[in-house]
Design a protein around this ligand. Structure first.
Ligand SMILES: [Zn+2]
Length: 256
């Protein structure tokens, strides 16, 4: 499936509802709002084939019920009763084939932002909700810095070319913080110019790639001396391990 066939439908201020499509059907990831999905499917004369949910937050699942009222489709999601509509609850390492599209996805449990957050990985794509963002990571609402560090580390083991479809358009504001946390990083400056140009044209900066995150995202670069140095300065003491570095820059960013 080429990037061309994965459409970002906008919802709320900065959410993306990633929509896989071909000529007849569509599958949606994290439909926080049904309206943009219904409008798009009607305009393009598509039928819904499936819903995928990464985590229970309303801006990711709020449209499930309204979509299911029109289309009786499977809903793939985590073991978490807070998402009532899920028909296929999935654990780490489980695989399923997306109906109609024939794409096999592997589920990865990636706690940190929430305790039951999952990602869908398949066909060179990663749908990672609010855990990994371009140049950032989600807030630790239900998880610990160690969980987030372990989850991000697992994602970084995927191939460099894996396309990363995140839940929000946060790239430019994340870059502003990353320049403070990782000040000498030339890849960040390059990405900033590219992302600013896209946003000027009102275009998404996503998908990112695993390779791009490895070179620009301070939350996956907690072993880099430059990031350790700025995190230690923020913490007021020398930090020695990547989990403490992640904890420090996450706290720093919350108030940035
Ligand atoms: Zn969330």
């Amino acid at each position: 499936m080429s990037n061309h066939d994965v459409i970002p439908l906008r919802a709320f201020a900065d959410n993306y509802i990633w929509t896989l499509r071909d000529g007849r059907r569509a599958a949606v990831v994290d439909p926080g709002d049904a309206r943009p999905v219904i409008d798009y499917l009607r305009a393009e004369k598509l039928e819904l084939a499936a819903i995928l949910n990464t985590h229970h937050h309303a801006d990711h699942v709020g449209g499930n019920a309204a979509l299911l009222a029109s289309w009786n489709v499977p809903v793939y999601g985590p073991h978490d009763d807070r998402i009532r509509e899920v028909t296929h609850r999935l654990r780490d390492g489980e695989r399923f084939t997306l109906p109609h599209f024939g794409i096999e996805f592997e589920v990865m449990e990636i706690p940190g932002h929430t305790r039951s957050h999952i990602a869908f990985h398949g066909a060179g794509m990663l749908f990672c909700g609010d855990t990994l963002f371009a140049v950032g990571c989600g807030r630790l609402f239900e998880g610990t810095p160690r969980q987030m560090h372990d989850s991000l580390s697992r994602l970084m083991k995927l191939p460099d070319g894996t396309r990363v479809y995140c839940g929000h358009e946060y790239t430019l504001s994340n870059i502003r913080f990353a320049k403070a946390a990782d000040p000498a990083n030339a890849a960040l400056r390059e990405l900033e110019a590219k992302a600013a140009k896209l946003r000027d044209q009102d275009l998404p900066t996503l998908p990112s790639t695993i390779g791009q995150e490895r070179s620009t995202n301070p939350f996956v670069r907690c072993l880099e001396p430059a990031v350790i140095a700025t995190a230690s300065k923020f913490a007021g003491k020398q930090l020695a391990d990547p989990v403490s570095v992640l904890a420090a820059i996450r706290e720093w960013k919350n108030g940035f």
